[in-house]
Write a protein that binds this ligand. Sequence first.
Ligand SMILES: [Zn+2]
Ligand SMILES: [Zn+2]
Length: 268
Amino acid sequence: MTITEEKQQEINDALDELAHMIGDFRERLVAAGEFLIAYGSPADIYSDPADLTAVQFFPAQFALGLLGHWSVESGDERDQPPAGFAEHLTWCEICPFFEDIVQMIEEFGADNEDGGQPCEHCHHKLLWHQLFATEKYRARIDCKRGWERVEPEPTPVSGIPGQLGEAHEGRWFALLNDGTFAVVTCTFYQSRSSGTYQLWRDDEYTVCTDPSLPGDTEIVSGGMKFSVGAGPANTYDAALRWTGPTAQIWQTYAPAVGEALLVPETDQ
Ligand SMILES: [Zn+2]
Ligand SMILES: [Zn+2]
């Protein structure tokens, strides 16, 4: 597997987070499991045995140590686990969790491209599911629900007709039940006429195949403009404080742009 520089940076950041994550055992399991789903096992990532060993023998009180423990015990080898691993699984509280995930990855297919099946409920890849640990520390998944921000912070925007001062946008996504994504980009900006300030929220509703690249992977889109207050206002704060779209907003303003439904919030 070839890893691009950008991907490597992303993996390093994720590893760094795991290497510092201490605290509740279940949370650490889930964080390490999410890493396994997103990037693969340590042996897939490290070709240098010294690097692999450093990860494998990381202290177990950190999330990375749990992944390392499983990597060592299982031999990080899908086809031929070491003798005794089956017995180890009968009492270990860590390894069965990761074995469950390995099973899921096989069922879904690495990228849903090589014969794997997307989820029969939401039609999305394993990556887009919520991972959790059961009472007995087994791995389970749930179709991911609700709206999530794409970027942690509002980003500046310019060139809006009538725009006065700075404008900022926030972007949210949710899963649609045909395997595509709903993305709502909300741009906050001000205008002034006859000395009166007006704060606007300009929504763009997009159906796309990759929520991180809605423009490039757009299937269809549409928009709506709302007057959301008087000014003068700080558009960065407005975009930061805005709680984001809701199922009702999507259903009211976006049906014209997409026929798929949002993955339900309470029912798989
Ligand atoms: Zn174990
Ligand atoms: Zn699902």
